[in-house]
Design a protein around this ligand. Structure first.
Ligand SMILES: Cc1ncc(COP(=O)(O)O)c(C=O)c1O
Length: 442
């Protein structure tokens, strides 16, 4: 393969969630990837400690997925799914339905996590309307929640910088649960923290304030990822489920990060034994090889909407040109087959204790004020520099990259989520590099 010359003018691409001027002054450019490793344009190998952006769970450039996409591109490059269909769309939906919690077997396809979230919120509103409770319009999110960047997602989301510039035009009928992060009680918890289930009771307060008859849905990430890895306290999600059921409120789990093996099970719902009414997914659905997202709805939610319209009428006025795009669907089928044939969820489960031990070995290192983990996700929170929040973690991130390891950071929290094919040696290298780098950072 001949590689293209490295472009020297980076100005045209307005980069997402990036300090554009800073980046373009000292760019980090990736040229290729295979398995656990990226290769940079200057020929260095970089261990992928973040599965790209929490999405390449089967490792990079897997031959089975590459072949499925190539084959599909030459056979049926595009097909509409509005009043039309193609077999792979149905096959992909069926494969995903099979590994969703029992009953959540109706799958709507999107192209991203943000679209999945907005789709799920719309489905919740449509569901209540179809059953004659159209006044249930309020949506309850959670502080520090990340649900993508659509107006629906940032409205129910709780990441202040993502909302600030758009605050005048967020969805009006939204409230937020408190987040569950508290280092006084939960610092250095291994797995689910013992303290904090009572925070779910705040939902009763919100219900009392607005009245249940006005609330459509509660949306939370079962494990909050982008805000810096917040693990749900023991019993917390169960309690949210009970309160939602009691008041006829739909529970939506945003599984865009937890979906597909990150916790050692197909979904976090399965891991925690808590079944929501709707699950959003994206990222690892097809190993991020082609943009794709999805929403799994319960039979009840689906049937209520689909059976409510007149025969021949469109039941849900919603969808995307690229919903179930043939290349994305082909990649999803190949990916799900690979997860199964290689037992990657079981592998993640088996590796989790080693991953936990390696992460928690950073306790006591300079600047480290918390380590938290579940499955193959870990967060390491650093003390912030006075007056410069985020600067220390950014320096750690850059130095790790220079040392050949890719990690994520949010504020002063480092996040780890390697592909599920990671080896024990690579786990050791990942956290060992961070330890070495921390020692050099002021
Ligand atoms: C929980 C969650 N929801 C939604 C999204 C948005 O996904 P996307 O960036 O594909 O729109 C993300 C992305 O990180 C996420 O973590």
């Amino acid at each position: 393969m001949t590689s293209r010359p490295v472009i020297d003018d980076l100005s045209s691409f307005w980069m997402p969630f990036t300090a554009n001027r800073q980046f373009k002054a000292a760019p980090r450019l990736l040229e290729s990837a295979k398995g656990m490793y990226y290769r940079t344009t200057d020929g260095r190998e970089v261990l992928d400690g973040s599965a790209g952006l929490w999405c390449v769970n089967a490792g990079h450039a897997r031959e089975e997925i590459v072949a499925a996409i190539a084959q599909q591109a030459g056979t049926l490059d595009f097909a509409p799914t509005f009043q039309m269909g193609h077999p792979l769309a149905f096959e992909a939906a069926q494969k995903i339905a099979e590994i969703m919690p029992a009953g959540l077997d109706r799958v709507f396809f999107t192209n991203s996590g943000s679209e999945s979230v907005d789709t799920a919120l719309k489905i919740a509103l449509a569901y209540h309307r179809a059953r004659g409770e159209g006044q249930r319009t309020k949506l309850i999110g959670r502080e520090r929640g990340y649900h993508g960047v659509g107006f629906g997602g940032i409205s129910v989301g709780g990441i202040a910088p993502n909302r600030k510039a758009f605050s005048g035009q967020l969805l009006p009928a939204v409230d937020h649960l408190p987040h569950t992060h508290n280092l006084e009680h939960n610092a250095f918890s291994k797995g689910q923290p013992a303290w904090g289930a009572h925070l779910a009771e705040d939902l009763e307060r919100i219900v009392a304030l607005h009245d249940a008859s006005t609330i459509a849905a509660v949306i939370v990430e079962p494990v909050a990822g982008s805000t810096g890895v917040l693990i749900p306290p023991q019993g917390y999600l169960q309690r949210l489920r009970e309160i939602c059921t009691k008041h006829g409120i739909l529970l939506i789990f945003d599984e865009v990060i937890t979906g597909f093996g990150r916790l050692g099970k197909a979904t976090a719902s399965e891991y925690f034994g808590v079944t929501p009414d709707i699950i959003t997914m994206a990222k690892a659905i097809n190993n991020a090889a082609v943009p794709m997202g999805g929403v799994a709805a319960s039979r009840t939610v689906h049937d209520t909407i689909v059976n409510s319209g007149a025969q021949g009428a469109i039941e849900l006025f919603h969808g995307y040109t690229y919903s179930a795009h043939p290349l994305a669907a082909a990649a999803a089928i190949a990916t799900q087959d690979l997860y199964r044939s290689e037992g990657l969820f079981e592998r993640a489960d088996a590796l989790a204790p080693k991953f936990e031990a390696a992460a928690h070995a950073l306790r006591g290192e300079k600047h480290v004020k918390d380590v938290r983990n579940l499955g193959l996700v870990a967060g390491v929170e650093l003390d912030s520099r006075d007056g410069a929040p985020g600067a220390r973690a950014y320096e750690v991130f850059v130095k790790c990259f220079e040392a050949g390891v890719l990690i994520r950071f949010t504020g002063d929290i480092l996040a780890f989520s390697p592909p599920l094919i990671v080896t024990e040696e690579e786990i050791a290298r990942l956290f060992g590099t961070v330890r070495d780098v921390l020692a050099t950072v002021q």
